[in-house]
Design a protein around this ligand. Structure first.
Ligand SMILES: Nc1nc2c(ncn2[C@@H]2O[C@H](COP(=O)(O)OP(=O)(O)OP(=O)(O)O)[C@@H](O)[C@H]2O)c(=O)[nH]1
Ligand SMILES: [Mg+2]
Length: 311
């Protein structure tokens, strides 16, 4: 009950405590510690943003924007830069709406990512949310490689109250997806969410497997709305960016699920992902429980980072 009352924003603020302490206390001390806007001031902000894992490219463009605005508006007080900085970060993340179209269509959501990032957990959480909003959800257990993966997804299916299509461990993942697609059609499911392996015998295998799965869905269910979500572990910082790039080579990635933001001071990576890859972060994971998946609202995220109250 307490949990519910706190609402989306409260829980987001709570989940981002570590990142906020890292970035914002840093930024605030810069604003109070400097009496003039000079090169040192910009350098300190730059350093804080990079420490918060916004990435060099994103940070550079934020600082450039800040310098320009300061010049144009003849700003003299460091404190006045805070709002400009916040607006500029929000702008970096603004990639438009339309992100959740798949929720209202007959769709197939393919969830991919390296091992341990939180794919299966995110599939379970997403299934629970869609089910609660009245959608008929089906899960496909296409991680047939890791021991226990099918059982783990089955538990999530039970928790979320949705059906699952699975074969036994070691079977062909593409065949599982084929079955799952047939079942989605014959049972008239709204959303089919497929979990996949994070690791096969080698990386090339994994990427080839994903391509094959993609082809099967395209061929067997061309009318389905496609959503390919890459799951990235927020605690891995800049590494997450290179992982995403690898998956972008084999799939038409339509969004990111950024997990474990509850356990990291590196939540700034959400900004870097969106601005550097041009792919929207659609969901964030802020815990291990079924309700710990949030739709990602860039504006609310930046406000939560800077602890600005929303009403
Ligand atoms: N704190 C926290 N833990 C998470 C989050 N998402 C997932 N986890 C945990 O991360 C661990 C790995 O999650 P999985 O869902 O099994 O990850 P996976 O990508 O499916 O892993 P493989 O199937 O082995 O590739 C589990 O212990 C999860 O409970 C999150 O948002 N926050
Ligand atoms: Mg898994």
């Amino acid at each position: 009950m307490e949990e519910q009352k706190k609402g989306f924003f409260g829980r987001l603020v709570e989940g981002l405590t570590k990142t906020r302490n890292n970035i914002v206390s840093g930024i605030d001390s810069i604003f109070s510690g400097f009496s003039a806007i000079d090169d040192d001031f910009y350098e300190e902000i730059e350093e804080t943003l990079i420490m918060g894992d916004l990435g060099i490219q994103t940070t550079t463009s934020i600082i450039e924007h800040l310098r320009q605005t300061v010049k144009e508006q003849h700003i003299k007080e460091p404190a006045e830069c805070k709002q400009i900085l916040i607006d500029s970060i929000k702008k970096q993340m603004d990639l438009g709406e339309n992100a959740y179209e798949f929720e209202n269509r007959k769709s197939v959501v393919l969830v991919i990512g390296v091992n341990g990032v939180g794919k299966t957990t995110s599939v379970g959480k997403l299934a629970g949310q869609l089910k609660d909003s009245g959608r008929k959800v089906l899960l496909g257990a296409a991680d047939t490689f890791r021991a226990g993966a099918i059982e783990q997804l089955t538990e999530w299916a039970n928790r979320a109250g949705v059906d699952i299509i699975a074969q036994q461990e070691g079977s062909d993942p593409a065949a599982v997806v084929y079955d799952a697609v047939s079942a989605a059609k014959s049972r008239n499911a709204d959303v089919l969410i497929c979990d996949t392996a994070g690791r096969l015998h080698n990386k090339k295998n994994l990427m080839e497997e994903l391509k094959k799965i993609n082809r099967i869905i395209d061929k067997e269910y061309p009318e389905a709305y496609r959503e390919n979500l890459v799951v990235l572990d927020g605690t891995t910082g800049q590494n997450a960016l290179s992982q995403a790039r690898q998956f972008m080579e084999v799939a038409d990635v339509t969004g990111i699920i950024l997990t474990k933001l509850d356990g990291t001071a590196k939540g700034g990576i959400a900004v870097a992902i969106q601005s550097e890859l041009g792919i929207p972060v659609k969901y964030i994971g802020i815990g291990e429980k079924i309700d710990d998946l949030q739709k990602f609202d860039a504006g609310a995220f930046v406000n939560a980072l800077f602890d600005i109250k929303e009403n």
